[in-house]
Design a protein around this ligand. Structure first.
Ligand code: S3P
Length: 439
């Protein structure tokens, strides 16, 4: 599938976006190995989380989905998973592969984890190394998927992670639930803490310091009710389209504003964005607010490298914001983007250049010179967030923008096209290659 987006005037509105992807994965996984029932409200029924759901069912967990966003998990307890008789498919999801690697390393059985083409080229050594330090036996394709995990008795670890990665931290904590002794993870920068919050809500005791988590191994979990906030990473595309528009005001309700995720709001506000938060409350253990966004004149800035891990999934949005801002925006310390669903520095630079924007790329950064989008055909490289960022930016292009390869949007934001249409965006889905006129 492909998107065609025509220049559009945005309407003011109040809307919501689907549930948080990171928290949906964790609710399924932790709920499955908890004792008792976990009811999940606001679940993201996107392809990534559905792959996690299927994998857990394959291991014998009874999971009902009475409605798309409502899930009931009957936890089997830490030692109740069954050996899977077939490989477990993680689809496009790095989170699923890395968290399952941790969760399965201490089981009494073996399992194989597979991924799609994009996931199969992403680095898994970042979780294999600390898990092996704990006694795990994991075989990979030279550090890439597929992973063969042979369950072993795990032991304590103190791991100083060289990468700021919530997935690495979470894999070690999940493995730690099966370990003798204490696990400690020290991170080079703060990363999302959804695992820690949910573990605590399920009765697990954790010691949490600045960039450090300590957990006594072997603790049990109890099922809980989980209410999942709307995903700020999905809201970010609506925020971007609204900011770029001429005169719109859009309110997005019930959005997760966990401080380990809100870097995108801080960075956009530093660029001149008018975004305000109200109706602050908690959904389960996660802070939530309504966001009101008003069209704003953005200007270029030097992005604070300390904000990178707090906005790690929003750089496609920030690249487009920078491209449409007045002046120059400098990104540094963003090398991790090269190992996301695509090489996001390269794919964004390629597409922006097609649309007439000057980009200077470096191994772990970029300088973007703000201008106005022309039109043309850009490639998503199968990356959901690249496709959606270009779609939001295309609303203010001078000519139609054709975005190739948009199927992956369903991994994180089912209903994206309908959401943009409801705001007045002229977006259509088209199969096949672009016509000569669209190129
Ligand atoms: C995620 C962590 C981040 C993020 C990903 C989701 C998670 O990855 O990019 O989309 O749910 O833990 P890293 O841990 O690799 O930074």
């Amino acid at each position: 599938m492909n998107f065609v987006v025509e220049p559009s005037a945005l309407k003011s509105d109040t809307l919501s976006v689907p549930g948080d992807k990171s928290i949906s994965h964790r609710a399924l996984m932790l709920g499955s190995i908890a004792v008792g029932r976990t009811r999940i409200h606001g679940f993201l029924a996107g392809e990534d989380c559905l792959a996690t759901l299927t994998a857990l069912r394959t291991m014998g967990v009874s999971i009902e989905q009475p409605a798309a966003a409502e899930v009931i998990v009957d936890g089997v307890g830490k030692h109740g998973l069954r050996a899977p008789e077939v490989p477990l498919h993680m689809g496009n999801s790095g989170t699923a592969m890395r968290l399952f690697a941790g969760m399965l390393a201490g089981q009494a059985f073996s399992a194989e984890l597979l991924g799609d083409e994009s996931l199969s080229s992403r680095p898994m050594d970042r979780v294999i190394k600390p898990l092996k330090m704990m006694g795990a036996e994991i075989h990979s394709n030279d550090g890439n998927p597929p992973l063969q995990i042979k369950g072993r008795q795990l032991s304590s670890v103190l791991y100083r992670s060289p990468v700021a990665s919530a997935q690495v931290k979470s894999a070690i904590l999940l493995a730690g639930l099966y370990a003798n002794g204490e696990v400690t993870v020290v991170e080079p920068a703060i990363t999302r803490d959804h695992t820690e919050r949910m573990l605590r809500s399920m009765g697990v005791e954790l010691g949490i310091g600045e960039s450090q988590v300590i957990m006594r191994g072997g603790q049990d979990l109890a099922g809980v009710d989980v209410r999942i906030p709307a995903d700020l990473s999905s809201a970010a595309f609506v925020i971007l389209a609204t900011l770029l528009a001429t005169d719109a005001e859009v309110k997005i309700t019930g959005v997760g504003v966990n401080p380990s995720r809100t870097g995108v709001l801080d960075i956009l506000q530093a660029m001149g964005a008018d975004i305000s938060l109200d109706n602050a409350q908690y959904y389960s253990e996660e802070p939530v607010a309504d966001l009101t966004v008003r069209s704003s004149k953005l200007h270029g800035i030097d992005i604070d490298p300390d904000k990178v891990s707090l906005a790690i999934d929003e750089f496609p949005v920030l690249f487009v914001a920078a491209a449409c801002a007045e002046g120059r925006t400098t990104f540094t310390g963003i090398g991790e983007l090269r190992v996301k669903e695509s090489d996001r520095i390269a794919t964004m630079a390629e597409g922006l250049k097609v649309l007439g924007v000057a980009v200077d790329e470096s191994p772990d950064g970029a300088v973007i010179h703000g201008s106005k989008f022309s039109g043309g055909s850009v490639r998503s490289h199968g990356d959901h967030r690249i496709a959606m960022a270009f779609a939001a930016g295309a609303t203010i292009a001078r000519m139609p923008v054709y975005i190739e390869g948009t199927d992956a949007v369903n991994t994180s934001f089912p209903g994206f096209v309908a959401c943009l249409k409801s705001l007045g965006v002229n977006i259509t889905e088209q199969q096949g290659s672009p016509s000569a006129a669209q190129l």
